[in-house]
Design a protein around this ligand. Sequence first.
Ligand SMILES: [Zn+2]
Length: 82
Amino acid sequence: MADKEKKKRKADLIRSQKTKRCWSCNTHMNLEETHCPSCKRKVGSVNEHGVAVQPTAYFNYLLAVVATVGLIYFLYWAFIKN
Ligand SMILES: [Zn+2]
């Protein structure tokens, strides 16, 4: 019950936002903006604190996975193969 009220209050707070702030440089912008006008970074939807959510950086996660697999293969090739 209390959890439902908390969710409703959060949704009301999000709906009452008129502008949002960049997660990186704190610049105020319109709710429709997808890129910060100041630092040009991607911004997502607004949260209950009036801050734009940082979009998930899928490419960076992919790069981290590829680099980890490459490191494991290198360690195998250099120390375990023979
Ligand atoms: Zn910014």
